[in-house]
Design a binder for this molecule. Structure first.
Ligand code: SF4
Length: 238
């Protein structure tokens, strides 16, 4: 690790003020500049989170911060293609993939709560298999990057490029918040970025297998997530 990547630990007040200032400074900035700022400011107290739908943000981050940590949440319910994408990212990109797992295996959860909790209480299932492990996994970081985009759904339309994650008391960076799907597609094509093979099989947004279906013509990208269950987000970004 170079000295440039050893960052001091800051108080929540300092972090909040950094987030607010950067939110103003970087609203119109290029994604690479946003990531360069995050890497330079937080070093390895900054990480990228990835659902392994594609590796766009991890790829961007590795260009300005080789060896950047990429955090992946393995819920135990992923499609094999998603795990394969994680393994490929780890093998070919200059990043360190960190896989977080829930406290309980699927079998242990089934024994305690009954099978198919995702059908009966998806909020609880997401809390146990996504929100809690991410909470714990992000403890060593001051700032995290996501691939959230404003054009993905109405719930994401106001995603800040740099914002304050009040719940976790961390800086939250969404360097491609202003990108469109066309921008993403162009970057993937130009740079040969790894993508989840399900993206070319009718899936526009990829989460856990029991809670993800293909999207229909005219639906927004996230319409295939928890379809028919009145749920649009897993709680990671609430
Ligand atoms: S997306 Fe579905 S299976 Fe995955 S954690 Fe949430 S409810 Fe459970």
């Amino acid at each position: 690790m170079s000295t440039a990547h050893i960052a001091e630990q800051r108080s929540p007040e300092e972090l909040r003020s950094l987030a607010e200032q950067a939110g103003r400074d970087f609203e119109e900035a290029d994604a690479l500049d946003v990531l360069r700022w995050a890497a330079g400011t937080f070093g390895h107290r900054f990480c990228v989170t990835s659902s392994m739908e594609d590796a766009v943000v991890a790829h961007l981050a590795s260009r300005v911060f080789p060896g950047v940590r990429v955090v992946f949440l393995d819920t135990g319910y992923h499609f094999p293609e998603t795990i394969g994408t994680r393994d490929a990212v780890e093998a070919v990109m200059d990043v360190e993939v960190i896989t977080l797992t829930p406290r309980q295996s699927v079998e242990q959860q089934d024994a305690q709560y009954g099978p198919r909790l995702h059908d009966r209480d998806p909020d609880l299932c997401c809390a146990l298999r996504k929100v809690q492990p991410l909470e714990e996994g992000l403890r060593g970081y001051d700032a995290w990057a996501t691939g959230l985009r404003r054009d993905e759904s109405p719930t994401r339309a106001h995603t800040p490029v740099v914002g304050w994650d009040e719940k976790r008391q961390k800086v939250k960076v969404s360097p491609i918040a202003r990108w469109t799907q066309q921008d993403v597609d162009r970057y993937i094509a130009e740079r040969g970025v790894l993508t989840n093979p399900l993206l070319t099989d009718g899936y526009a947004s990829i989460g856990c297998a029991p809670c993800t279906r293909r999207v229909l013509a005219g639906e927004d990208a996230r319409a295939g997530r928890w379809a028919g269950r009145g749920k649009t987000e897993c709680g990671l970004h609430g």
